[in-house]
Design a protein. Structure first.
Length: 226
C-alpha cells in the first residue's frame, strides 16, 4: 500500500477534527487579573502614550492640524534628512496644506529615510498600531523607511485588541476584511545575535505617532473648503 503524502495527512487530520470535535482549551480563563483591568486614567490617549513609551515608541499629542504642523516641522528640523515619503493621498494633501512636502513615488520609497502613513486603530492597552492592506500607503511603507511616522486621529483609539478587530469588521463590513491585518508594537527589534537587542534590524529603528485630537473627517472637510 502506497504511503500517504504530507498533504493527504494534513487533510485527513482536518476531516478527523471536524468529525471528532475537541472542547476548547482554557474554558476556565480568569479575566479578573489586574492585567486585564483598565488603568485608572480615563483617557485612552494617555494609556496609549504610556504603553507606547514602554516599547520604545514616541507619542506626539496635537490638539489640531495647526499644532500638528508646528510639531512636525520641529521634528524634521531635528533630523539629518527632511526627505519624506507618503503615498496616502489624504495625508499628502494635509501635509502640503501645512507647507510640508513629500515624495509620493513608490519607486523612490527605498531612498527615503522617513515614511508617513495612517493606521486603522491605536490599541491603547498595548501601545500598538493596527494597520492593514486597505490603507492608502501600501504594505512596504510600514517597514521600509528607517523612521516610521504614523498620523492617527481621535476616533481611531480603542482600548484592546478585541475592540480593534471588532471596529475593523464594522469599518469594512460592506467590502470584506482586508487581506492583511498586522499590529505594530514599537520600533523593529531583534535579539537573535548573541542576545543583544538591536533596533531597526528588520524595519524602522524609530516609530513616532503624531496623534491629532480631532476626527479625520473634520480635517477632510476643512481641506475641501480651501
Amino acid at each position: 500500500m502506497q504511503e500517504s503524502t504530507s498533504r493527504e495527512k494534513v487533510l485527513k487530520a482536518i476531516r478527523d477534527s471536524q468529525v471528532n470535535a475537541v472542547n476548547p482549551p482554557y474554558v476556565d480563563e480568569d479575566y479578573s487579573d489586574k492585567i486585564y483591568l483598565r488603568p485608572q486614567s480615563e483617557y485612552d490617549e494617555v494609556i496609549f502614550a504610556e504603553a507606547l513609551a514602554k516599547v520604545g515608541g514616541q507619542f506626539v499629542y496635537n490638539s489640531n492640524v495647526d499644532e500638528f504642523a508646528e510639531n512636525f516641522e520641529k521634528f524634521l528640523a531635528a533630523q539629518e534628512t527632511e526627505v519624506l515619503h507618503c503615498y496616502d493621498e489624504f495625508l499628502q494633501q494635509m501635509l502640503n496644506s501645512c507647507g510640508i512636502f513629500c515624495i509620493n513615488s513608490r519607486d523612490e520609497l527605498k531612498s527615503c529615510e522617513i515614511g508617513v502613513t495612517q493606521c486603522e486603530f491605536l490599541i491603547a492597552r498595548l501601545g500598538s498600531i493596527m494597520v492593514s492592506s486597505r490603507l492608502g500607503s501600501g504594505r512596504r511603507s510600514f517597514f521600509r523607511p528607517g523612521i516610521h511616522i504614523v498620523v492617527a486621529w481621535k476616533n481611531q483609539l480603542v482600548y484592546d485588541l478585541k475592540h480593534g478587530f471588532e471596529s475593523l469588521k464594522q469599518k469594512y463590513a460592506s467590502i470584506g476584511t482586508p487581506s492583511m491585518v498586522s499590529v505594530i508594537t514599537g520600533p523593529s527589534r531583534t535579539a537573535d545575535i548573541e542576545k543583544t537587542l538591536v533596533l531597526g534590524a528588520h524595519g524602522p529603528s524609530k516609530l513616532i505617532v503624531f496623534f491629532i485630537d480631532q476626527p479625520a473627517s473634520v480635517v477632510k472637510n476643512q481641506l475641501s473648503l480651501k
